[in-house]
Design a protein around this ligand. Structure first.
Ligand code: NBP
Length: 481
């Protein structure tokens, strides 16, 4: 046995991760793939990596030093279960099986429980950064036991992205915590992308600027507080010209956004936890709306505003600055909601998650990497139990600074007939959180009317019900909220 780490599954993610591992001092990497062709091509293409190939799970296990540590990078779902079953047969108590695929966190909780019974450690690790990240340094979100982290920690630190001198990996929490946090990362990514898309749409339709001119605006924004990988690549995409037609590429791409499901998982989970993640939900729904050509084809019958929308030349600069401020404010809301979901998940599943540490490991390697995440880390360092991230002084100041512009942009979008679901729902969330009174009082009254669901009063303790179908007097009641 001569390898300290193994990789199972050598499609694009697995082979890049294996190469990343092999390139780091101290690692010798065992490799295995169900069909041997992929193993052979990786060996042929990268003799410098010193891989130790295996043709069977037994041979793979024999090539690993104890405690054996293997990272699975295969298709999520059934294939992951199949590989886990095979590894459990050839591994021994104390060994570590890591699932680096995009598993749904309840599956990870289930798998961890089952594998733990054999004495083997199971770690669900979210890995973000796509193919490039796997090769050069991803952001890694491992769950699993403290025991497994002792062996796994140094290995994962050796391959993770580095942000400001710190590796982008931390032991997130037990069992499914890592995949949970990776799921929310992806949800935030959906919201961030949608907000950027709405900003582009408003500027394009409002000012008539070309995609390459808007690319310059995004490149400029990338020098300030919005600095992030997503803003940077947005400028690149907008600048791209289609070789075939000579048009901006963005005008040639079919306007239907796909999704692999992690946004939907984030929203479904938030619904069950009772956490409003409206920015992520609107972003997910916006992709769904775009992908129903049959509905969009018949929608021509619905009228838009009577007047054509244009921003006058003298107001253009102000309008673009308003959109920038609205984008930043909405982004703060989306991240605030995402971190709320992580906090709620941690409480529900009994994970001890350090929210500041999570924001730090997202500063490098992953898709939402940005300087901005330092501000989140600062906020949680100052107040670990912060109930709403956006109320931390730095964010509250940014929202105060941006709120007038944010309102102007949402009004403009509504009047112009330009959909801005993430901008407007984020603003509504902001106004909802800061409201003294909400119409929830009326909803509770309605619930009491038709379902005797009772209500509490603002002026005394207890639970009450109005006898709506009787004489409408109020009685004390049992709490059936
Ligand atoms: P795929 O998701 O395309 O999976 C292909 C791999 O799964 C091959 O190695 C294949 O082996 C193996 N496999 C299958 Br399919 N069924 C198997 C089974 N029953 N037993 C053993 N192996 C089986 O690969 P990928 O795109 O490299 O992604 C790997 C994981 O990483 C996925 O969970 C993905 O969601 C996640 N991820 C991907 C990205 C990305 O940017 N692509 C980013 C982050 C995370 P074979 O060669 O024998 O068919």
């Amino acid at each position: 046995a001569s390898a300290n780490i193994g990789v199972v599954g050598l499609a694009v993610m697995g082979s890049n991760l294996a190469r990343n591992l092999a390139s780091r001092e101290g690692n010798t990497v065992a490799i295995f793939n169900r069909s041997y062709e992929k193993t052979q091509s990786l060996l042929d293409a990268h003799p410098e990596a010193g891989f130790i190939p295996a043709q069977s799970y037994q041979e793979f296990a024999d090539s690993l030093q104890k405690p054996r540590t293997a990272i699975i990078m295969v298709k999520a779902g059934g294939p992951t279960d199949a590989v886990i079953d095979s590894l459990v047969e050839v591994f021994e108590p104390g060994d570590i099986i890591v699932d680096g695929g995009n598993a749904y966190f309840p599956d990870t909780i289930r798998r961890e429980k089952a594998v733990r019974e054999t004495g083997i450690n199971f770690v669900g690790a979210g890995i973000s950064g796509g193919e490039e990240g796997a090769l050069t340094g991803p952001s890694i979100m491992p769950g699993g036991s403290d025991e497994s982290w002792v062996t796994l920690g140094p290995i994962l630190k050796s391959i993770a992205a580095i942000a400001e001198g710190e590796p982008c990996v931390t032991h997130v929490g037990h069992d499914g915590a890592g995949h949970f946090v990776k799921m929310v990362h992806n949800g935030i990514e959906y919201a961030d992308m949608q907000l950027i898309a709405e900003a582009y749409d408003l500027i394009r339709r409002g000012t008539g600027k070309s995609p390459s001119e808007i690319a310059d605006i995004f490149a400029e924004w990338n020098k300030g507080e919005l600095e992030s990988y997503l803003i940077e690549i947005t400028a690149e995409v907008l600048r791209q010209v289609d070789a075939e037609t000579g048009k901006p590429l963005v005008d040639v791409i079919l306007d239907q956004a796909g999704a692999k499901g992690t946004g939907a998982w984030t929203v479904q989970t938030a619904l069950s936890l009772g956490v409003p993640v409206s920015g992520i939900a609107e972003a997910t729904f916006a992709r769904s709306l775009s992908s129903h050509p049959e509905q969009r084809a018949v929608a021509g019958a619905l009228p838009g505003p009577d007047e054509e929308f244009t921003v006058s030349a003298e107001n253009t600069e102000q309008f673009i600055e308003d959109v920038r401020l609205a984008l930043y404010a909405s982004k703060i809301v989306a991240y605030s909601q995402g971190f709320d979901e992580i906090r709620a998940g941690a409480a529900e599943y009994d994970w001890n998650i350090d929210l500041g540490a999570i924001s730090k490991i997202w500063r490098g390697g992953c898709i939402i990497r940005a300087q901005f995440l330092n501000r989140i880390a600062d906020a949680y360092a100052e107040t670990p139990e912060l109930p709403v991230l956006m109320t931390a002084p730095y964010f509250a100041e940014a929202l105060t600074r941006g709120q007038s512009a944010w309102r102007r942009v949402v009004v403009t979008a509504a009047q112009a007939g330009i959909p801005a679901p993430a901008f407007s729902s984020s603003l509504s969330y902001y106004d909802g959180i800061r409201a003294d009174r909400l119409p929830a009082a009326l909803v509770q009254g309605q619930r009491d009317f038709f379902g005797a669901h009772t209500y509490k009063r603002i002026d005394k303790e207890g639970t009450f019900h109005t006898q709506w179908s009787g004489d409408r007097t109020e009685i004390e009641a049992e709490d059936t909220h």
